[in-house]
Every structure is written in structure tokens, then in C-alpha cells.
Design a protein around this ligand. Structure first.
Ligand SMILES: [Zn+2]
Length: 135
């Protein structure tokens, strides 16, 4: 089964990632390509378990939710997106940034879930000048 994702305007923030077809619970539906994982930071990357991930295709567009439908499973060498519940077509894919990212910048949360914490921490925006870009 192949799962298709669309990047489009989100009610949560800017653009987001949306399921095109139904994704059953506990499905690994996206694997971050290996060439998107770096040992040194670059601008707008995510910090995940000691590695820096810059995935402009999918991961960078996923919005935070305090009640997410997806988790980033980082137990293996390559981060994978895994559904925590059944995801319907056109539903936005969301993850809880605080579960995986380095807590560096505080953002107001607009996820709209019942258990919203009103803010979340992430490392999504890193200073470009401070870091070397990977080759
Ligand atoms: Zn929230």
C-alpha cells in the first residue's frame, strides 16, 4: 500500500501535510530519506535524537498538535511517521513536537485540540549564521 501526502494550506499554521487516502492506525506511512539526515545543524531543520533532519518534502511541513494523529518513530536509524489512530482522507497529519525535538523556541499553539497546552517548544528555526551547512 502506498500512502500519498499533500502539502497545502492548513488551519493550524501556514501549510501542512494532509493524507490523500485513508491511513489505518499503527501504519508506518512515511520514511525520511537518508540524504535528509545530517550530523550538523542547518537552517530550519528539526533536531531528533542527536541528528538533524531537513526534509523539505514532507517532515518540515508537519504542524504540531497537542493531540497528534501521528508520531515520529525514531527507534530505528531512519525516522518514520507512524499513525497513532485511523487517519481519514484530507485529514491533516500532526505530531507532538515536544516528543522529539530539542526544546529551543517557544511557540503559541493553535492546534485547537481539547487538551491543547497553548504553547509548545521546538527547534524548527535555527540561526543560519551560527552553523555550518552540510555538504
Ligand atoms: Zn495545542
Amino acid at each position: 500500500m502506498k500512502y500519498y501526502l499533500d502539502i497545502k494550506k492548513s488551519a493550524i499554521h501556514g501549510k501542512g501535510v494532509f493524507a490523500r487516502n485513508n491511513i489505518p492506525k499503527d501504519t508506518m506511512f512515511y520514511q525520511v530519506p537518508l540524504n535528509h539526515i545530517f550530523l550538523k545543524p542547518k537552517a530550519r531543520c528539526a533536531y531528533i535524537k542527536g541528528k538533524y533532519v531537513y526534509d523539505g518534502a514532507v517532515l518540515n511541513w508537519i504542524n504540531h498538535s497537542c493531540d497528534p494523529n501521528t508520531e515520529l518513530d525514531v527507534s530505528g536509524d531512519v525516522p518514520v511517521l507512524k499513525s497513532l489512530r485511523n487517519i481519514s482522507p484530507k485529514e491533516e497529519i500532526t505530531v507532538d513536537y515536544e516528543k522529539t525535538e530539542k526544546h529551543q523556541t517557544k511557540h503559541a499553539c493553535n492546534c485547537g485540540s481539547k487538551n491543547c497546552r497553548n504553547s509548545f517548544w521546538s527547534s524548527a528555526v535555527l540561526s543560519t549564521s551560527k552553523y555550518e551547512y552540510p555538504e
